[in-house]
Design a protein around this ligand. Structure first.
Ligand code: LLP
Length: 441
């Protein structure tokens, strides 16, 4: 019985395999057949992987710290079918815009289990969140403190809030996805004194109930030490705020950022390692600064959905530039996955049929967009390809589809969810009519 190689077994969805005919399968469905049925580019999500990741997070953190919640960060992939699975698995969820809130509502996601993040929520969005009965709102600027106090007052609500603080800790990830350093648009800096001022203002606001503090360092984070360093610093700050303003740290949220494996050379630590590091740091910090142990919430986005998703493309033209490079063009690219262009993110690429056949060639897989920076993977070894071969890139479930655009007036891809040999469409492919729908002719 053929099977995926060792690395691919870590990177592809948990239900992936190789059929007798040499086809990569996910959830019992052959990728090539799904490509024929639903067209390409196509995103396939594996339900078993999503549920397994949810359970590993909830179980892993509960084991390390009993009073813990896992909050799925829906920016990684917002979809009503996914949100229902997230709710069923007992996770909370965060949203960062009115649009993400609409998706949560469409899934009937319980309002009390939602947290509204984001660095610039407007009056309308805050009102929509309060109307839905949102559990928590995490405030990120002095403007938001005043605005939410006003909106909550108008609606006759005392809203539970957390304050996002910035601990000036570098998690050693891409500059564009680093959020908790001093030079950042996110959070109230502890170092500058802004965070202390925010605590004082928010606690004095009649219509806000400050239940805790939050920080998020960035993503993906492959190291553990930045978490414990930041946790210690923020707990020390919490103790100072208790003494100065009577802050009770009932809830503490050290964010998300947990890494995933995109390529075999860089696999992440297990979830239990993050869970142990974080809970040990919270416990020892509370002990050190004389705080009661708070309810702990972590916010994985990428780690819940990345491995579940596989992008599928069809090869078009192949250009061989002697002694320079072989360009393999596919029918997607930066319109459905801008991560390589934006962050130089690396992906594994496999041919969906007979993935390991010899001989191989080193090729650069590029998209169909009118940009030289539009690529999926540089210098990857693949079997010698033909036009119309089907390629797939695993670990595409996070931040590809949600960051997709209609650049060059392309239609965004279809998405299917697979399980036990069945595939169901969870988002249809956009049509030319969709492209025209918002333009006034
Ligand atoms: N919590 C907060 C407040 C966040 O800002 C984020 C991500 C998360 C949680 C979830 O982080 P995760 O566990 O997914 O790493 N587009 C970039 C990632 C941007 C992440 C933004 N914030 C990428 O494609 O790598």
């Amino acid at each position: 019985m053929p099977q995926l190689n060792e690395t691919d077994r870590e990177i592809f969805p948990v239900s992936a395999g190789l059929s007798d005919t040499g086809d990569i399968t996910i959830g019992g469905c052959a990728i090539s057949e799904l490509a024929t049925e639903f067209g390409t580019p196509l995103y396939i999500y594996d339900e078993d992987t999503i549920r397994q990741m949810c359970r590993q997070f909830v179980g892993g953190f509960k084991e390390a710290y009993e009073r813990s919640h896992v909050e799925y960060s829906s920016k990684a992939f917002a979809n009503p079918v996914l949100a229902k699975i997230i709710a069923e698995e007992g996770l909370n969820m965060d949203v960062v815009t009115g649009g993400e809130l609409v998706f949560a509502k469409a899934a009937g996601f319980p309002a009390e289990r939602l947290n509204f993040h984001g660095n610039n929520k407007d009056r309308g969005e805050l009102g929509e969140a309060i109307d839905y009965g949102i559990g928590r709102i995490t405030l990120d600027s002095f403007y938001e403190i005043g605005l939410l106090n006003e909106v909550a007052g108008e609606k006759g609500v005392r809203q539970k809030v957390l304050l996002r603080v910035s601990p000036s800790v570098d998690p050693h990830t891409h500059m564009l996805t680093t959020t908790g350093i001093l030079d950042s648009k996110f959070g109230f800096s502890i170092e500058t004194g802004a965070a202390a001022e925010a605590v004082e203002q928010a606690m004095a606001a009649d219509n806000l109930e400050v239940v805790g503090l939050h920080f998020h360092l960035g993503s993906p984070i492959f190291e553990l030490e930045p978490y414990s360093q930041a946790i210690d610093y923020v707990l020390k700050f919490a103790a100072e705020m208790r003494d100065a303003h009577g802050l009770q740290l009932k809830e503490f949220n050290p964010g998300g950022g947990f890494a995933v494996g995109y390529v075999g050379e860089e696999l992440p630590l297990p979830i239990s390692a993050y869970a142990n590091e974080i809970s040990t740091a919270v416990r020892s910090g509370c002990d050190r600064y004389g705080l009661e142990e708070p309810l702990l919430t972590v916010e994985p986005g990428r780690a819940i959905v990345a491995r579940a998703g596989v992008a599928v493309y069809k090869v078009g033209g192949i250009k061989r530039i002697p002694n320079v490079r072989i360009y393999v063009s596919v029918d997607g690219g930066m319109g459905d996955n801008i991560r390589p262009a934006l962050y130089s993110s690396e992906y594994t690429v496999r041919r969906a049929h007979d993935p390991y056949s010899e001989p191989t060639e080193t090729v650069t897989v590029v998209g169909k967009y009118c940009e030289s920076g539009d690529y999926i993977a540089r210098d990857v070894d693949l079997p010698v390809l033909d036009s119309e071969d089907i390629l797939c890139t695993p670990t595409s479930g996070a931040y590809a589809v949600p960051m997709a655009s209609n650049y060059n007036m392309t239609t965004r891809p279809a998405i299917v969810m697979v399980k036990d040999g069945n595939a169901r469409l969870i988002r249809r492919r956009e049509t030319y009519d969709d492209l025209l729908a918002t333009s006034l002719v």
